[in-house]
Design a protein. Structure first.
Length: 156
C-alpha cells in the first residue's frame, strides 16, 4: 500500500501532494483494489484539521473517482484516510469552477477571487480557473475604475 504523509503542509500544498500521489497510484497500472493511505493528522486542536477536511471533501465531492474509508471507521484513528482510486480527480482549477462562479454572482476583481480561495488552493490554480471560466463563457469580464472585474453572466 502506497502512503503519503501530509503533516505540516499548508492545505493547498497538501491537496497538490495528495493528488500527485493519487495520480501515481492510477498511473502505475495498479491492480483493482489498490489503495493509498493518506496520513493527514487529526488537527492540532483535535476537532479536525483543515487538511483532513479538504481531502475528505474532495473525495466526497467526486464519488465516481474514488471510494474512501476514514481511519476512525477502521481503528478509531481520525488521522488518516484509506483511498481506493478508480479514475482521475479533477485538476485544481477544475475543482474551483463552481465556487468561483458562485462567488462571482456579484462583480469581483481577480484579487478578490484569489483572496477568497487562496487558503484552499494554489494561486496559479485560481488564476487558471478564472481564465478558463472566462474563455468558456461561464464568467464575463468588464473594466471598471481601471480594474478588470468578473461576473457570472447569469447574474446580470
Amino acid at each position: 500500500m502506497l502512503q503519503v504523509d501530509l503533516h505540516g503542509m499548508k492545505t493547498a500544498d497538501a491537496i497538490a501532494c495528495f493528488t500527485s500521489a493519487y495520480d501515481s497510484v492510477l498511473g502505475s497500472g495498479a491492480r483493482p483494489g489498490a489503495c493509498l493511505k493518506v496520513i493527514h493528522g487529526y488537527g492540532s486542536g483535535g476537532a479536525g484539521g483543515d487538511t483532513r477536511r479538504a481531502v475528505r471533501s474532495l473525495l466526497h465531492a467526486n464519488p465516481a473517482c474514488a471510494d474512501y474509508t476514514p481511519g476512525e471507521d477502521i481503528d478509531g484513528n481520525p488521522g488518516y484516510t484509506i483511498v481506493y482510486p478508480r479514475r482521475r480527480l479533477p485538476t485544481g482549477a477544475e475543482r474551483l469552477y463552481p465556487g468561483i462562479v458562485e462567488y462571482c454572482s456579484a462583480p469581483r476583481t481577480k484579487l478578490d477571487v484569489v483572496r477568497r480561495f487562496v487558503r484552499r488552493s494554489a494561486e496559479s490554480d485560481i488564476e487558471r480557473a478564472v481564465r478558463e471560466l472566462e474563455r468558456g463563457g461561464r464568467l464575463r469580464s468588464f473594466m471598471k475604475n481601471g480594474r478588470k472585474h468578473y461576473v457570472d453572466p447569469r447574474a446580470l
